[in-house]
Design a protein around this ligand. Structure first.
Ligand code: SF4
Ligand code: SF4
Length: 108
């Protein structure tokens, strides 16, 4: 959909940590490819790349602020499913605005 602002953004996928229960991993019967996640303590895992000094989810394709998409849209973890089109938050909310500002993009 050309009017979906997320398709020309992707900032939240390159701003925040994305943690979820390991039961969502393919190896545990879920759908998130194991290679895209890193181990945390206990049952938690994290999308690879989201805790780097300059975060960027390993599943994100394209260039933030121009054309970006989730490479595992149909298999993305619950934090990304629960909010927004493909984001760990809601389009236009405070976190969205913070993520966009981090990448020099104006709020929507
Ligand atoms: S939710 Fe906001 S920050 Fe995330 S991709 Fe969409 S417009 Fe960008
Ligand atoms: S929506 Fe996709 S690219 Fe964005 S944080 Fe979630 S898994 Fe990563």
């Amino acid at each position: 959909m050309s009017d979906n602002p997320c398709l020309s953004c992707g900032a939240c996928c390159a701003s925040f940590r994305v943690d979820f229960d390991r039961s969502e991993l393919e190896s545990e019967g879920g759908r998130v490819p194991d290679g895209l996640a890193v181990e945390l303590s206990g049952r938690l895992v994290r999308m690879r790349g989201t805790d780097h000094a300059q975060p960027r989810c390993a599943a994100l394709s394209g260039k933030v602020g121009e054309k970006a998409s989730c490479g595992i849209h149909d298999w993305r973890p619950s934090p990304c499913r629960e909010f927004g089109e493909r984001a760990p938050m809601g389009i236009g909310d405070d976190a969205c605005a913070r993520a966009r500002a981090r990448h020099g993009l104006s709020p929507i």
